[in-house]
Ligand binder design. Structure first.
Ligand code: FAD
Length: 395
């Protein structure tokens, strides 16, 4: 089996690249393969609002078949091995697929099992997470059942997808608890393995005001290591003293540690940390010139988001087409990423920035302010831009 271009992963990055490539080079029709075992495709950014009860889970899910662009061949299998020296990938059923060019877009791996007791307790008795379609409804359920006590929101000290998501759901929760008159009986806590609330000063300043206004308790450099579901106790490691700290909860929203997918970590495509080792500007692999990477599985030193992929896809496609025409690879990505920081039902700070953590904003207003218009953009407009624009290779 041979294809001119093989794309591993048919999520946000893989489909965006395939659609754009086939739109710009129709002659590639039938010569682009997408390898992905998934039956469903998810618009994950809305899971924050699903967890907050503002959007139904079902609107975030579509059949994978429905997003495969015309002209692409879908091979519905998992890749288990990369053989870049031989220009081949091997699938779980031992199919060897060869390529001229490879694009790796396999997303990030959520390491649920790295937190002791999490698997056993997730989805019930107040333990919830927006980081999976299977569990996202448990967040809303936990919130509705919450009658007071500690509501804990965690963030790990590893890279994660959407760095802002651990706190967005907390602001929605605070808003909901105020509306349902239980906020005065509750202690809302952000317990994070990180060191700051947000990496870009302009937005961190705004978020610190939100936290003060909402009377949220914060603890940094505390990593969740264990959930004792029966006792409703969360165990954190203080990253400075290495001491264990136990906190009782009535509800806990968990963002587990994440890492590069195992089959990438162990492959020749990985850098020392396991990510697909690409040039941060051209997205071309640093050692295998006919390989590109996009999205959450890459070494790109920016916040891992779908918004970042919207700017990465045109770069991958332009550089891939240059190579197909034996031209030099010149198109560059500046690290653009965006985090729509929901601060309540109807308010949002739209963070947009680049590799240097300098704001790179789209609108002629101060985006450091909480705005209703930006909330509506996230809830109603960005999903349309995703399904009908990005996944069609149009934006
Ligand atoms: P994915 O879209 O996750 O796709 C990876 C694909 O690879 C999957 O289809 C998977 O089946 C496939 N795959 C995995 N292993 C293999 C294998 N072995 N072989 C073949 N295929 C494989 N982004 C924003 O821009 N804004 C937001 O507000 C936002 N909020 C978020 C909130 C939450 C709760 C979450 C979970 C994410 C959020 N994101 C947000 C992040 C965004 O969804 C991701 O960054 C984006 O989907 C990453 O795209 P990707 O293509 O790299 O990975």
């Amino acid at each position: 089996m041979h294809y001119k271009v093989v794309i591993v992963g048919g999520g946000s990055g893989g489909i965006s690249v395939a659609a754009r490539l086939l739109r710009e080079a129709r002659w590639l029709s039938g010569q682009v393969a997408i390898v992905d075992p998934a039956t469903k495709h998810y618009y994950q950014p809305l899971w924050t609002l699903v967890g907050g009860g503002a959007v139904a889970r079902e609107v975030t899910e579509r059949e994978e078949a429905s997003v495969i662009p015309e002209g692409a061949v879908w091979i519905q299998e998992a890749v288990k091995e990369f053989k870049p020296e031989e220009n081949q990938v091997v699938t779980s059923s031992e199919k060897w697929i060869s390529y001229d060019y490879l694009v790796v877009a396999a997303g990030i791996q959520i390491d649920w099992d790295k937190i002791k007791g999490l698997r056993e307790s997730i989805g019930k008795d107040g333990v919830c997470s927006n980081y999976s379609y299977d569990y996202v409804n448990s967040t809303w359920e936990s919130l509705r059942n919450f009658k007071g006590g500690n509501a804990i929101f965690t963030a790990p000290n590893t890279p994660i997808k959407c760095g802002g998501a651990p706190q967005k759901i907390m602001y929605l929760a605070d808003d909901y608890l105020r509306k349902s008159k239980v906020r005065d009986k509750s202690n809302v806590m952000f317990v994070s393995g990180g060191t700051v609330i947000f990496g870009v000063k302009k937005y961190a300043d705004s978020l610190n005001k939100v936290i003060a206004r909402k009377e949220i308790e914060t603890r940094f450099k505390h990593n969740l290591v264990e959930i004792r579901g029966k006792e409703k106790v969360a165990v954190f490691e203080d990253l400075d003293s290495k001491q264990r700290v136990e906190i009782r909860y009535e509800m806990i929203h968990v963002v587990p540690p994440m890492s590069a997918p195992d089959f990438i970590k162990t492959s020749p495509l990985a850098n020392a940390d396991g990510w697909v080792d690409v040039d941060k500007f051209t997205l071309q692999h640093n050692r295998f010139a006919n390989v590109f990477g996009i999205g959450d599985c890459t070494s790109l030193p920016t916040s891992k988001t779908g918004a970042a992929i919207r700017k990465q896809a045109p770069v991958v496609v332009a550089n891939l087409l240059s190579m197909l025409h034996t031209q030099p690879v010149v198109k560059q990505y500046n690290g653009y990423t965006s985090c729509p920081l929901v601060t309540g039902y109807g308010s949002l700070i739209l963070a947009e920035f680049d590799y240097s953590n300098t704001p790179d904003e789209s609108f002629p207003v101060d985006q450091g302010k909480e705005r209703r218009s930006m909330y509506l953009l996230k809830k109603d407009l960005l999903p349309v831009i995703y399904w009908d624009g990005m996944l069609k290779g149009l934006m």
